[in-house]
Design a protein around this ligand. Sequence first.
Ligand code: HEC
Ligand SMILES: [Cu+2]
Length: 355
Amino acid sequence: MTTTLLTLLANDELVPKWANWNMFPESNSTFGPAVDGAFNFIMWVCIFFFVLVCGLMVYFMVVYRRRTPNDKMMSSPTHNTPLEIFWTVVPSFLLVIMFARGFAGFVDMRTPPADCYDIKVIAKKWSWTFQYPDGTSTNELHVPVDTNVRLTMRSDDVLHSLYIPTMRVKMDVVPGRYTYLWFKALKPGQQHLFCTEYCGREHSMMITKCVVHPTQPDPNGNEDALLNMDFPQWLVYASDITRNKNFMTDGKFDPVKAGAELYKTKGCSACHSLTDQRIANGGPPWLPLSHALKTGEEIQLQDGSVKADDNYVRESILAPNAKRRTGYGNMPSYQGQMKDPEIDAIIAFIKSLDK
Ligand code: HEC
Ligand SMILES: [Cu+2]
């Protein structure tokens, strides 16, 4: 009974089409009707009472103005119980409707369906990382159309907030705990994704895209081949950096370009500098390493030394504690988080530093 009532009240039909002023970008999610309906309903109630109250005020000012200096104050009613009841009950009723609509929408947004496609979200100053079930990770959010998608979000540093206006969803991303969000996109296309919690100097740059992929590539669809791919096809493409067009130079895969990007997106930049200056509490700087890789120099370890070559770099990424350098702490292992072509690209990038 209560659920039926709530569903009824959350229905967009309460507000006619002409009353929707499109203050939001066009909705592309199943939440659209409930959110826009509640917003428009509240807005029109406000407009109605604003006009009524201000109109009466002006009307009374004119009609009951003092016409001559001889006008005396007239006695006026001090209390009217039926009137008091009337203007208490009517607004209460409206408030209950507003609450019920908001609450129905809230409950729906807080309850992800059981059959969700799961994507992990990691927010950090100042970028987004999205991890898909197969281990692929990207800096733009990609989702299949017509599918329930759940985001499990965490922050690496400070408070952030994920906002996709066209999906009508927004949720804080809090350090030290997981927060969740779900939605279902209705149409393929590309939309904005923002951070909406001030998180430092480059907060305003913490913008990326949410790309909704069609179920089937549409021959007359989007000209951008990437946007026109169906989701499984895109996933294959994204998991293989050698086919990523962002890393192409003159139509060919450029490992140095890819490595430069991975250096940032995989977080190496937090601990390894590209100069010969060491980052505080970080790892060895990469310019000397680059030099050593070219000359085949020996690198001093806590016990003995090792020849700087591709295998040493590879091992340092996958099993960083196998060979310990003097004066440095631990590095987290990237085992399972970096594929072979990505490691190749990082090696190419490190080598390109020493020119
Ligand atoms: C949390 C800080 C941290 C991050 C993030 C980090 N490293 Fe390291 N890295 C270190 C430390 C500390 C060492 C030294 C470890 C040792 O001696 O056992 C190291 C050592 C290395 C070495 C050996 C360098 C040398 O000169 O001997 C390589 C290569 C390396 N890291 C690559 C990477 C790559 C690639 C990434 C990103 C995918 C990365 N690291 C991310 C801290 C980090
Ligand atoms: Cu942020």
